[in-house]
Design a protein around this ligand. Structure first.
Ligand code: AMP
Length: 249
């Protein structure tokens, strides 16, 4: 069984996000980029399933400009077998990503698709669900445990107030939550080996998908700066300030 994993190139979660001076977008110049953390968990889960003998091949797909090949190579260094880049000028909105992934799924026929629950740049949390609708496939979102049993996947999901366990008929789509696993680090020999693993480049035209813009980004504003805190000398002074200055008591 093949497993297809979708990985998005995003701003590194440790990097400080800067907004462009004209507020048109986030400034990505000279900013460290990385695999979206939830996608890294998806790659790890696919590799573990392959190591356990449940999968024969792990394919990584990333949609975006050429630079996202860097994240595909990272996934290959972690243990994925081959990569596919769908070359687009920018990072398309979720419905377009889902349509492109749907075509890759039709071509590759994987038994399982693993994605992040959300990309940390756009915070959309919708691509997996849209892909499930487009392909009419079962979905297990926010997975904290995955077990493959024959032609079914048992997925434990993190829901409000506890855990929910679902049985999905394969092929199915799973989106990862933070506690599913702890991704490994790529070793230097594996980083070197990854350079020789196959990476195919395709395009929306080749996949027969027309990208449509459904929304327009109007502006991005940084959070308001918090004013510096002050040190008080006693509890009495603190209570006095909370009552009379902050007026929260
Ligand atoms: P989102 O719905 O945008 O929050 O993204 C959820 C998941 O969809 C991500 O964790 C990825 O697995 C996948 N995804 C979103 N955008 C892309 C992209 N440009 N390339 C590959 N996968 C993507």
């Amino acid at each position: 069984m093949k497993i297809l994993v979708a990985v998005k190139r995003v701003i590194d979660y440790n990097a400080k996000v800067r907004v462009k001076a004209d507020n048109t977008d986030v400034d990505l110049n000279n900013t460290k980029m990385a695999i979206n953390p939830f996608c890294e968990i998806a790659v790890e889960e696919a590799i573990r399933l392959k190591e356990a003998g449940s999968a024969s091949e792990v394919i990584v797909v990333s949609i975006g400009p050429k630079a996202c090949q860097e994240q595909i190579r990272t996934a290959l260094a972690l243990g994925a077998d081959r990569g596919i880049q769908v070359e687009t000028a920018d990072y398309p909105e979720s419905l377009n990503v889902a349509k492109l992934l749907a075509q890759v799924v039709r071509d590759e026929q994987p038994g399982l698709i693993i994605m992040g629950k959300q990309a940390i740049d756009s915070d959309n949390n919708q691509t997996g669900q849209m892909l499930s609708a487009l392909l009419d496939m079962p979905q297990g979102t926010f997975a904290s445990e995955v077990k493959l049993e024959g032609d079914k996947a048992q997925v434990t999901r993190e829901v409000d107030g506890g855990l929910q366990t679902l049985s999905l008929n394969l092929p199915a789509i799973i989106t990862t939550d933070l506690r599913l696993n702890e991704p490994r680090f790529a070793s230097l020999p594996n980083i070197m080996k990854a350079k020789r693993k196959p990476l195919a480049v395709t395009s929306p035209e080749t996949l027969g998908v027309e990208l449509k813009q459904h929304s327009t980004l109007l502006k991005v504003t940084p959070p308001t700066e918090r004013s510096a805190g002050i040190l008080v000398n006693s509890v009495d002074e603190l209570v006095e300030k909370l009552k009379n200055e902050a007026k929260v008591l």
